[in-house]
Design a protein around this ligand. Structure first.
Ligand SMILES: [Zn+2]
Length: 436
């Protein structure tokens, strides 16, 4: 398939470029010489952009929407984990893992997200769980980077099982649009033996780490009490924070840690909506250098909404911040995925880049140019404008309909599976309570 997108406005935030031009796709990449019988796709009046990237997602949470709340309101972040998310992840079985991932991936695609960096947990079904997630994302046609979140919260045996699952996936995965990382929950649930084993396995396999970092003050408190040092310094000493690794949140970091983080060359996933939802505070994302991308932390796959919240959250206390800052964070996720896939041009519309793109029909009421792209992205465009989505040269959404998955039938299956999952949470099925 070598389509030509005809008559659109090409907007490439990474290159700060907006031009009126046709765009050919050939061999899954931008450019090339379209064949005479190339499909001509009318995108006149539309904006063609690189697809969005979610740098930190938890697809396993997709069936939590509308879930009955816990018996009492959580009073802090650890209780949010204990009363909600650690109960949900223990109740996941193979079918609910698969359905959650499929639903989250389809919804992300329809919102204009073409790549997801996922962080998976299902302590009752560890072995093989990354294949379930990867197969679902592949079925939905997206590009993804998956990992299993290693933790000692079910003992070191559970930690070893998580490391084994990451290693198994990294060794065996052959999917062209899926890669792996070595996942870790957070410093406060990982003891020294498990952390050392995880870092050793990741480095042996050449895989970056993906870990929650100081999302709440509890992570710092635990590290100071148990190891006598702050979290970033613990991770650096353990070899767990280096070039290409990915940390999520970084809310509770002091200046020395931010310096260490920036110097390390690690990527940071900033999740402002999740941080607000969990009441953990605001990350100093603007102090963290050039490798800060945006994630949703499992809320959804809508990066337009995340970018807008990111901008508004900063504007609340910093009127010097312009929309270009949030636009840059939105674009930076592509750099993360580009580095994992070894595709430096991913996330742009330049010739030779993987054809991961979206077509929006915002019916532009004001002129769009390279000078005001950020304003349109932050105040105009949103997920409802996403008409078509292409990943690696294949259309996966056309005219707002997912081409590979019947969304109505998926929703019907989820409406059956979700109450069953919630029921397992309520009756305490699965593993026992975490050992913390
Ligand atoms: Zn997370």
């Amino acid at each position: 398939m070598s389509p030509v997108l005809h008559g659109g406005l090409l907007a490439d935030p990474a290159r700060e470029l907006v031009i009126q031009a046709d765009l050919g796709i050939s061999g899954g990449r931008i450019g090339g010489v379209p064949s005479d019988d190339a499909e001509k796709v009318d995108v006149s009046g539309c904006v063609v952009m690189p697809g969005n990237v979610c740098a930190h997602h938890h697809l396993y949470s997709s069936l939590a929407r509308g879930m009955p709340g816990p018996s009492r309101a959580p009073r802090n972040f650890v209780e949010i984990l204990e009363l909600i998310w650690w109960r949900l992840d223990r109740a996941l079985d193979a079918e609910s893992i698969r359905l959650s991932a499929l639903l989250g991936a389809v919804e992300a695609a329809c919102a204009g997200t073409t790549s997801i960096t996922d962080h998976h947990a299902s302590p009752s079904v560890i072995d093989g769980s990354l294949d379930l997630v990867a197969d679902a994302v592949q079925e939905a046609g997206l590009r993804a980077v998956v990992c299993y979140e290693v933790t000692d919260r079910h003992g070191e045996e559970g930690g070893r099982a998580g490391i084994a699952e990451n290693a198994r996936f990294l060794r065996t995965n052959q999917r062209p649009l899926v890669r792996g990382m070595a996942g870790a929950h957070a410093s406060f649930t990982i003891g020294p033996a498990t952390l050392d084993a995880l870092v050793g396995a990741a480095r042996d396999l050449g895989a970056p780490l993906h870990i929650h970092l100081a999302e709440d003050g509890c992570d710092q408190q635990d590290s100071l009490e148990r190891y006598g040092e702050r979290v970033v310094h613990r991770l650096i000493r353990a070899g767990a924070l280096g070039e290409g690794d990915l940390v999520a949140h970084g809310v509770h970091l002091d200046d020395s840690e931010i310096d260490g983080l920036v110097t390390s060359g690690a990527w940071v996933a900033h999740n402002p909506r999740s941080n607000m939802n969990n009441g953990v505070g605001g990350a100093r994302a603007s102090d963290m250098g050039e490798r800060v991308a945006l994630g949703t932390d499992g809320l959804d796959g809508d990066m337009f909404a995340e970018a807008r919240a990111c901008y508004l959250k900063r504007r609340e206390s910093d009127l010097n911040a312009g929309p270009e800052w949030a636009q840059r964070l939105l674009s930076t996720g592509a750099g993360l995925v580009a580095s994992v896939f070894g595709e430096p041009a991913l996330g742009s519309l330049e010739a030779g880049a993987p054809a991961d793109l979206i077509v929006l029909d915002p019916h532009l009421p004001t002129p769009l140019s390279d000078a005001n792209m950020a304003g349109h992205l932050l105040f105009g465009m949103n997920a409802s404008h996403v008409r078509d989505v292409m990943v690696a040269g294949r259309w996966i959404v056309r005219d707002r309909r997912h081409l590979l998955i019947d969304e109505a039938s998926l929703a019907a299956r989820c409406r059956v599976a979700a109450p069953e999952l919630w029921g397992r949470i309520a009756d305490g099925s699965g593993l026992g309570a975490p050992k913390l």
